[in-house]
Design a protein around this ligand. Structure first.
Ligand SMILES: [Zn+2]
Length: 226
């Protein structure tokens, strides 16, 4: 399948793509999760190995297309949902401050790795869960074993090695054999002209969404040439 702007920016319905499959319910928290079939094939192998080790893995987020990400983003932008407990739509914040706050954990539509069908969230998106015994055990197992099945953690803790981008996400894993190719293609095919069709899109260039967020990922998730 050719990597194009449509795939990179999530402007499609995953249910209508032949290279995506609906993940069987036993692996998910709810119906209608989609993944690229290559990513799911490897996930099954990883899942089986984890299961044998007594580790429970449940997919709680998978492919989210542009429309879905637009709803998440605009709800925060317009104060329908809170952003880390704060309504960012009040006069207190400039547009750039609004974008900056939302971008701590939520991607701008068109820039999410969840558009690609290669990335998924497991068990919980609450950092606190990964401080519980089960959360620690799960993360430690993934940290130790996921790469054997092609899965890497793009959003590691912030450090000199990863200065920009989202905060640490211990729940987010990416199928690298495919997502490395998509990451490499992204800055070649997508420009800030492509950021349109949602509230707050005008902040994308100033926030350096491509350089700091799409490419603000851990070293193993970055193609060598970037
Ligand atoms: Zn995620």
């Amino acid at each position: 399948m050719e990597i194009d702007k449509i795939w990179l920016t999530g402007r499609f319905n995953p249910a209508e793509r032949l290279d995506f499959i609906e993940v069987p319910m036993q692996y998910c928290d709810e119906p209608a999760h989609y993944l690229h079939r290559d990513a799911f094939r490897s996930w099954l192998e990883l899942y089986t190995a984890a299961d044998k080790a007594g580790i429970r893995l449940e997919i709680i987020s998978s492919t989210r297309n542009f429309e879905r990400q637009k709803r998440i983003w605009e709800n925060k932008w317009n104060g329908v949902t809170l952003t880390n407990g704060v309504n960012v739509s009040t006069d207190e914040f400039t547009d750039l401050e609004r974008a900056e706050r939302i971008l701590k954990y939520s991607a701008m539509p068109g820039s999410s790795r969840h558009h690609w069908g290669t990335d998924l969230d497991v068990n919980s998106v609450e950092p606190e869960y990964f401080e519980t015994a089960e959360g620690i055990e799960t993360f430690d197992w993934m940290h130790e074993n996921a790469l054997k099945f092609g899965f890497g953690q793009p959003y590691t803790a912030k450090s000199v090695k990863r200065r920009f981008g989202y905060e640490e996400e211990k729940w987010h894993w990416s199928y690298l054999p495919l997502s490395l190719k998509l990451t490499e293609a992204y800055p070649k095919l997508i420009t800030y002209e492509d950021y349109k069709g949602f509230d707050g899109a005008q902040t994308a260039a100033s926030m350096q969404v491509i350089e700091h967020f799409v490419l603000g990922i851990s070293k193993p998730c970055l193609p060598q040439e970037l």
